[in-house]
Design a protein around this ligand. Structure first.
Ligand code: CTP
Ligand code: CA
Length: 237
């Protein structure tokens, strides 16, 4: 009933969540993709809907059950994801970019299948390999922040899967990324062998741009991590 719905913490809020991994086509049978399963984004959408939000889930190549009360917009590439997210974001109170968009896409799409042998005059084909030229994709999260400008809405959440390296720790890279992106929260996963991709349990550090202390969630199932993330977001709305 209306009385019950309005008691929910996200009642009346419009939420956009992106999830999954984009696929950038090379030819009719091949693409550039990544290992994002979409599970974390779907869990975030499910928790928001259960808390009363009106949820649009922009799902890139994620073959997962649609959570109750969530409307899904399926997309394939970053350009499609950008279109769907920016359209839905215009009306949104919160945007959570949990998707893994490809940083690059092939500069040219081959309308016919790229063949192993290029030269029909060479018996058995030649031994050369094609070079696939790439171009940069737009940074959807950065665009959202830029479009918001000095307005107070939407609240914008980014994700980052980081590894430490010689130039800094996971948290060093994450802090720098939060500053660079300008989003309000950055949810940081440490990646490495056996970590994160496709796993059910996860640990994240939720960094806050306003300087508040990071919140650690997990190790726990992605639903529990999603609940903690919404607790943090709700406290900021
Ligand atoms: N993202 C985006 N558009 C892109 C790439 C990333 O909106 N083209 C978003 C992701 O959904 C995520 C955040 O930006 O919320 C961080 O993604 P990540 O790949 O970690 O950031 P990059 O700036 O691409 O940095 P890196 O070079 O480490 O990949
Ligand atoms: Ca990237």
């Amino acid at each position: 009933t209306g009385a019950v719905a309005s008691a929910l913490p996200l009642a009346g809020r419009r939420v956009v969540v992106s999830a999954g991994g984009t696929r950038e086509p090379i030819d009719p049978v091949r693409f550039l993709g990544n290992r994002s399963s979409g599970k974390q984004g779907f869990a975030i959408a499910a928790v928001a809907a259960a808390r009363g939000a009106e949820v649009t889930l922009v799902a890139a190549n994620a073959d997962l059950p649609v959570p109750a009360g969530v409307s899904v917009v399926p997309v394939g590439t970053v350009l499609e994801l950008r279109e769907a997210v920016t359209t839905a974001a215009k009306e949104a109170d919160v945007v959570v970019m949990a998707a893994a968009p490809a940083d690059f896409r092939p500069a040219h799409y081959s309308g016919s299948k790229i063949k192993k042998s290029h030269d029909p005059d060479v018996p058995g084909g030649d031994e050369s390999a094609p070079v696939i030229e790439l171009v940069r994709n737009p940074d959807v999260l950065a665009e959202l922040v830029q479009t918001r400008g000095s307005a107070s809405s939407p609240f914008i959440v980014g994700f980052a899967a980081e590894t430490g390296d010689e130039s800094g720790s996971v948290m060093d890279h994450a802090r720098a990324k939060l500053e660079r992106k300008g989003c309000d929260l950055l949810v940081v996963n440490e990646v490495g062998p056996g970590k994160v991709f496709g796993q059910d349990d996860t640990t994240v550090h939720i960094l806050q741009r306003d300087g508040s202390a990071p919140v650690v969630a997990g190790p726990a199932p992605k639903e529990a991590v999603a609940a903690t993330l919404w607790d943090v977001i709700q406290s900021r709305l």
